[in-house]
Design a protein around this ligand. Structure first.
Ligand SMILES: [Ca+2]
Ligand SMILES: [Ca+2]
Length: 249
C-alpha cells in the first residue's frame, strides 16, 4: 500500500510540475531560460516536449514547444447616415438643408422643401419649379465626414414631374451629387432630365463616392440642382436622402 501511494504521489507531482511549467511559459512570452531549467520557446506548432542531449557531458535539456497564434483583430467598420433631416419632414424651416436660386442673391433655408409630394412622411425636397422657367436652383446640405472613412454612398428617392413632352431632346435638367465645401464636384453627378425614364413615379438612385477615404474628416456638400429652359417647367422632388458613410473607429 505504501509503495502504491508513493508511486501515485510521484505521478501527481510530475503532472503538477509539468502544468506549472506550461503555465509559466504561457504567461511570459518569448524564451525562458536559466542554468538549471529547461529552455522554452513559443513557435507556431502543436504543443510537444522535445528532449535533447548533445553529449554525455552536456546536461539534459528540455524544450517545451507551445502553439502560438499570430494575428490581429481588425477594428469593426461602422456605418452611419451623415445626412440630417434626409426625409425633409422636420418642421419648417427645414434645416440643415439650404437653398440657392437665380431668383435671389441670398442663401435661404427652406423654400426648396415642399409639401406637394412625399416618398415618405408629408414633405420632400424640390429643385426646378412647377411654375418658373429659365430657373436655376440648388438644394444642399453640409455633412461632416468622420475619420477613417472606408466608403460613402449617397442614396435618395426622386420623382420627376415635367410638363415637357419630348422624351428625346433635353430641355430641363437636374443633378444629384457630392461636392467639397468649395463646391467642387468629387463624384460624377447622377443626371436626370425631361427625357429620363421614370416620370411621375418615385425612383430610387444611388451614387458611390470614389476615393472616399481621401475625404476623412472633411466637410462635404450633398447637392441637388435644377435648371429649366424658357418654357414648360419641370421639377425634381427628392426624399429619404442618405449618405451612408462607413469608417473604422
Ligand atoms: Ca419625406
Ligand atoms: Ca422646360
Amino acid at each position: 500500500m505504501v509503495r502504491r501511494n508513493l508511486v501515485r504521489f510521484i505521478v501527481i507531482a510530475a503532472f503538477v510540475g509539468a502544468t506549472v511549467a506550461l503555465l509559466a511559459a504561457m504567461s511570459s512570452p518569448g524564451a525562458v531560460k536559466s542554468a538549471n531549467q529547461p529552455a522554452m520557446h513559443y513557435v507556431a506548432d502543436s504543443p510537444r516536449i522535445q528532449e535533447a542531449r548533445v553529449d554525455a557531458a552536456t546536461p539534459l535539456t528540455w524544450t517545451v514547444v507551445l502553439p502560438f497564434v499570430i494575428g490581429s483583430v481588425s477594428p469593426t467598420i461602422q456605418c452611419a447616415d451623415a445626412v440630417k433631416n434626409g426625409n425633409f419632414d422636420a418642421p419648417l424651416p427645414g434645416r440643415p438643408w439650404t437653398g440657392e436660386a437665380n431668383t435671389t442673391s441670398a442663401v435661404y433655408q427652406d423654400p426648396l422643401i415642399s409639401g406637394a409630394r412625399a416618398h415618405g412622411g408629408t414633405q420632400s425636397g424640390r429643385v426646378g419649379s412647377p411654375s418658373l422657367n429659365s430657373y436655376w436652383n440648388e438644394l444642399l446640405q453640409t455633412v461632416q465626414m468622420p475619420a477613417g472613412v472606408v466608403s460613402a454612398t449617397l442614396s435618395y428617392w426622386r420623382f420627376l414631374d415635367t410638363t415637357e413632352t419630348s422624351t428625346t431632346i433635353i430641355y430641363d435638367r437636374f443633378t444629384a451629387g457630392l461636392e467639397t465645401a468649395q463646391g467642387v464636384e468629387i463624384a460624377t453627378p447622377r443626371q436626370i432630365d425631361n427625357t429620363s425614364s421614370g416620370r411621375g413615379i418615385w425612383v430610387h438612385e444611388s451614387l458611390d463616392l470614389p476615393y472616399a477615404s481621401a475625404y476623412s474628416g472633411q466637410q462635404l456638400w450633398v447637392s441637388f440642382k435644377g435648371a429649366t429652359d424658357g418654357t414648360l417647367p419641370s421639377s425634381l422632388y427628392v426624399d429619404d436622402v442618405q449618405l451612408i458613410v462607413c469608417a473604422r473607429p
